[in-house]
Structures are given as structure tokens and as C-alpha cells.
Design a protein. Structure first.
Length: 115
């Protein structure tokens, strides 16, 4: 048994436990916890049974299992970056709205005399 076949399942278990604790502390939503748990279960399965990645690769028309895993990771990373972009964009729009509201409430006209 290769070293990664032992290390990755241990890391996966620790990550799953960490996400579950974060959920119970109210820092993660249930959707986030479930998605990360599924991800770490898949990592553990592929590390314990490396030939399984070859079977999945052949199902989608990719020749090697490692290529399948790399493509899968790129898809996950792309989705994560895109989701973060939308979150940052929404926060920027919300901040612009708040700044505009505060500026309108604290409006200073040219007729006001400065003291």
C-alpha cells in the first residue's frame, strides 16, 4: 500500500470532522458542509482505490485516471472561483448602495456655512 493511500484518508477524516464542527458552531451552512464532506469522501475513495479513477475516466472518455482527477479538480476550482467572484461582486454592490444612502442622508449643500 502506498503512502498516499494512508495519508489522504486520514486527512479526509480530519477535514470532515473539522467541517462538521464548523457547522455545529454556526460557521458553515449545511450545504457547504455536505459538499465538502462529499468532496473529502471522494478523495478518500480515490486514494484507497486508485483503479476506480481509471474506471470513471473511461466512462467520460478520458484515457487515464490521473487526467480525470486533474480535470475534476480544475472544474471544482473554476466553480469555486466563479462562486467567490459572485459573492465579492454582490458585496461590492451592497457596499456601493450603503455608501450612496449614507451620502444622501449626510448631504452637505453649498449654501451651508462652514464653522
Amino acid at each position: 500500500m502506498l503512502l498516499y493511500s494512508l495519508i489522504f484518508p486520514i486527512i479526509s477524516i480530519l477535514a470532515i470532522v473539522w467541517f462538521i464542527f464548523r457547522y455545529f458552531k454556526g460557521k458553515n451552512s449545511i450545504v457547504t458542509t455536505v459538499l465538502w464532506t462529499l468532496f473529502w469522501i471522494i478523495v478518500a475513495i480515490f486514494s484507497l482505490f486508485p483503479d476506480l479513477s481509471n474506471r470513471f475516466a473511461k466512462l467520460v472518455g478520458i484515457t487515464r485516471g490521473l487526467d480525470f482527477i486533474i480535470i475534476l479538480v480544475f472544474i471544482i476550482l473554476f466553480y469555486t472561483v466563479l462562486r467567490l467572484y459572485f459573492i465579492v461582486d454582490k458585496m461590492q454592490n451592497d457596499m456601493n448602495t450603503i455608501v450612496k444612502q449614507v451620502a444622501i442622508q449626510n448631504e452637505i449643500t453649498l449654501d451651508d456655512e462652514e464653522e
